[in-house]
Design a protein around this ligand. Structure first.
Ligand SMILES: Cc1cc2nc3c(=O)[nH]c(=O)nc-3n(C[C@H](O)[C@H](O)[C@H](O)COP(=O)(O)OP(=O)(O)OC[C@H]3O[C@@H](n4cnc5c(N)ncnc54)[C@H](O)[C@@H]3O)c2cc1C
Length: 349
């Protein structure tokens, strides 16, 4: 059987590769192997209730129920831990947010993710400024995306299914029965190229809405605090003892890896007003989230070239969503399962 060609090894391409591996189908992942990509710098957070409006993320419970066994399975296979269950605390930013929360909180769907008896006070007042209170969420955590991607890459490479290369569309030939690249025949090509898919002329009609973001690595002495804290910005203590702090969100940008100085200064000011102990910044990384208008993830075949497929629009939720959408895409590829209209890229032409 001919292999499937996957372009891009971010969270999207990696999940597709694993789905094909699970189904026993040959594939080759091609990635340019750059040190800073969206998936490599992501905090990998899984948070049920987010945003200014304190809403429960759509289908969070169902997506998490699929994501957790997916990552646990890879941990067992690769002998390495990536997924960390951590409660998440949402601290109110002002005196209006508690009132907003009073309206949301009684909903049983929301209650399923709210910790009923969090520690009191919610955060240590010696360490944090949190005068307006908040609530604690369960079924939250984070994926160490860099470790997951590196271990997956090493596994695929050991099985001759990974290649470092700059993919150029000009090198691809498509016939009715196959796709050819670098002399090799493939049955299909799947583009998992993140925000750069905007430059792919086959998919330039997709309403991309990419958003650049900067994330900080820092150190601070926060004894006993292992939860994810959201306070306008967010911070999480990682297994290696460092803190990740984030993140900016910029829809207008020119360079994908350059931080916006004003947004960065605002993030730093936010963290300094929230954390009472000294925070030492160690590093910062900037990358572009591949988002599509309407916060949609789109998968499926090119409407005129059925051997060309697409997986994009993970936005800020690649950790939560990539296991689900990769399963649907591979189900479509191998079992002709229909793709629901709302997530079918072809429906957007
Ligand atoms: C600051 C920041 C914080 C984030 N925090 C979170 C979070 O807490 N939780 C969460 O779930 N998500 C988070 N995200 C979003 C998450 O990272 C994305 O949803 C996810 O990484 C998208 O994965 P992707 O595979 O679609 O794209 P990418 O990660 O961009 O992967 C695309 C890959 O394709 C490769 N590629 C592209 N073109 C070519 C080519 N021509 N040839 C070869 N290779 C190519 C790239 O090098 C890259 O490796 C965050 C993102 C940012 C920027």
């Amino acid at each position: 059987m001919l292999p499937v060609l996957i372009i891009g090894q971010g969270l999207a391409g990696t999940a597709v590769a694993w789905r094909l591996w699970e189904r026993g189908l040959p594939f080759l992942v091609v990635d340019r192997d750059e040190p800073v990509t969206c998936s490599k710098v992501a905090a990998g957070l899984l948070t049920p209730i987010t945003g200014m409006r304190l809403t429960l993320n759509e289908d969070y419970g169902a997506r998490l129920a699929e994501a957790v066994p997916f990552y646990r399975h890879k941990e067992r296979l690769l002998g390495q831990r990536f997924l960390y269950a951590r409660p998440a605390v949402r601290l109110f930013k002002d005196h209006q947010e508690p009132r907003k929360w009073e309206r949301r909180a009684p909903d049983p769907a929301v209650q399923a993710f709210v910790h009923q008896r969090p520690r009191q006070p919610l955060v240590d007042p010696q360490l944090f400024n949190a005068p307006h209170g908040g609530f604690q969420m369960k079924h939250a955590g984070y994926l160490d995306t860099a470790a997951y991607l590196a271990a997956s890459r090493a596994f695929f490479a050991r099985h001759d299914r990974w290649q470092a290369a700059e993919f150029d569309l000009a090198d691809l030939a498509i016939t009715p029965d196959q796709v050819r690249w670098q002399g090799g025949p493939f049955r299909e090509v799947i583009f998992c190229t993140g925000w750069e898919a905007m430059r792919n002329p086959w998919f330039d009609w997709v309403p991309f809405a990419p958003a650049r973001g900067t994330i900080l690595t820092a150190r601070a002495d926060l004894p006993g605090e292992r939860r994810i804290l959201h306070c306008g910005c967010w911070l999480v203590a990682r297994e290696d003892g460092t803190l990740r702090i984030g993140s900016t969100f910029e829809t207008k940008f020119t360079h994908p890896h350059e931080a916006d100085p004003a947004k960065l200064a605002a993030l730093q000011a936010q963290i300094r007003s929230f954390v009472k102990v000294p925070v030492t910044l160690l590093d910062q990384q900037t990358a572009v989230r591949p988002a599509i208008a309407g916060q949609r993830t789109l998968i499926g075949r090119h409407p005129a070239r059925p051997r060309v497929l697409f997986f994009n629009g993970l936005g800020s939720k690649g950790t939560l969503l990539s296991p689900h959408f990769s399963r649907r895409l591979v189900g479509h590829l191998l079992d002709s399962e229909p793709i629901p209209a709302a997530m079918d890229v072809a429906g957007n032409l």
